[in-house]
Design a protein around this ligand. Structure first.
Ligand code: SF4
Length: 424
């Protein structure tokens, strides 16, 4: 069971809310200042740019740049709240929609005000979250038509071109770019596809523009691995990663799988860094969607990398030839390394793929696979050499698979009890 709680006390600029284990009603949201009249579109865009908010779907693109691009296309734009989190180690988006649907919808409406959108969608795969969003739409009807679109839960279904394709009635599979959704999105209209945590933070910025920078420097994180049960929590940028590990219950992590499957495997030195996208990027890692899986001394980084890329290979949409062959090759090489059956040239092959494959697929899945291989070679070179001779005891006992071990369950959120007839 995944826990959801504050690290210490509720952060004043956070999205976790006062009681993260419970569904927030419209009245409660309004009571906290939600849905209040705020700055107009141009003014809010200015506040957003000042805040420096970056998208929370994984890529970390500046949110203001993305919204401005749609706004400046004109026409009849569309906004999409993207709640389909395909990263197996992340649960923040589904929790957010289940527990604080009004915060997400408020952010969607604010994004529509900024971009001039005339239609909105909430795009997700989680049926429980879809139910909460529908209830919230009925409680507080938005000023523009908003539809809920269900999709399948896959690694690539939340990629922005896949989102557009699915809403338009096709399969939830990425397409080649350009055009990007801001150029030609849902129904051919300029479209903003924004992660639900990004929209939640936009709503907070609209309510308290003077706190914009602080709101933008706080993030949800899903912590897993180690002996502790998975934990969804919220932390400010600058929080030492080792403090997060301790809060999760991993006292002395030997490494971590960073950013979901997008930040690669990191050695202990990376864990001396603060939770800070720039610091992690400089170290060759990534915060991605905020999912961190801590490794103990009993967890083999080779097996973890093999598991991660095994999952990516299984989730490839098999549309790009280079991804079909490349991801499978990286997965097979890492699995062979883990089980002690790799040839002496395997590290050289992995090195070549890590350098040559990124950027060649229509989405980031191939990059994640290549990046994971490269990170393993950089962070654990001695371990890779040892595995060429024989697998470690952990790998021998539990060979890597398709990554199901990396999956984290969504925390349970308690719905309010329906009022009994005749009770006040
Ligand atoms: S890179 Fe892979 S997962 Fe992405 S669109 Fe191409 S085949 Fe599909």
């Amino acid at each position: 069971m995944t826990a959801v709680r504050h690290l210490t006390a509720a952060l004043p600029d956070g999205v976790l809310g006062a009681d993260p284990g419970r569904v927030e009603s419209a009245d409660e949201y309004r009571g906290g200042g939600g849905y209040a009249a705020g700055p107009g579109g141009a003014q809010l865009l200015h506040h957003l740019a000042e805040s420096g908010l970056r998208g929370r779907g994984g890529a970390g693109f500046p949110a203001a740049v993305k919204l401005r691009a749609v706004r400046e296309r004109g026409g009849a734009p569309v906004v999409v709240a993207n709640g389909e989190e395909g990263e197996p180690g992340s649960v923040k988006d589904r929790w957010l929609m289940r527990a604080r649907p009004h915060l997400v919808l408020d952010g969607l409406v604010r994004a529509a005000a900024v971009t001039g959108a005339v239609r909105g969608y909430v795009y997700l795969a989680d049926p429980e979250a879809a139910g909460r969003i529908r209830e919230a739409l009925a409680e507080q009807p938005p000023p523009l038509p908003v539809d809920v679109v269900l999709t399948e839960h896959t690694y690539v279904a939340g990629e922005e071109s896949a989102v557009v394709r699915r809403i338009d009635g096709g399969p939830a599979l990425p397409t080649a770019k350009p055009p990007r959704p801001f150029e030609r999105g849902v129904g051919g209209a300029p479209t903003l596809v924004a992660n639900v945590e990004t929209l939640a933070r936009l709503a907070l910025i609209a309510a308290r523009p003077e706190r914009g920078r602080a709101i933008a420097r706080t993030t949800l994180v899903t912590l897993s691995g180690g002996p502790g049960r998975p934990l969804l929590t919220e932390a400010g940028y600058g929080t030492p990663l080792r403090d997060l590990a301790a809060a999760h219950g991993t006292a002395d992590p030997a490494g971590a799988l960073m950013g979901g499957l997008f930040g690669g495997v990191a050695g202990p030195r990376t864990l001396d860094l603060p939770l800070m996208p720039e610091a992690l990027a400089a170290a060759g890692s990534s915060l991605g969607c905020g999912a961190v899986r801590f490794l103990t001394a009993a967890d083999c980084p080779v097996a973890t990398a093999a598991d991660a890329v095994g999952h990516l290979a299984a989730q490839s949409s098999r549309q790009c030839g280079v991804c079909v062959s490349g991801t499978a090759a990286v997965a097979a090489a890492l699995a062979a390394l883990a089980t002690g059956t790799a040839g002496p040239d395997t590290p050289a092959h992995l090195e070549r793929w890590a350098g040559g494959l990124p950027g060649r697929g229509a989405c980031g899945l191939l990059d994640a696979a290549a990046g994971t291989a490269g990170s393993l070679l950089r962070a654990f070179p001695d371990l890779v050499r040892h595995h060429l001779e024989s697998p470690c005891p952990g790998c021998a006992a539990a060979p890597p698979g398709d990554g199901h071990r990396l999956t984290v369950a969504v925390p349970q959120v308690t719905a309010p009890l329906p009022a009994l007839k005749g009770t006040p």
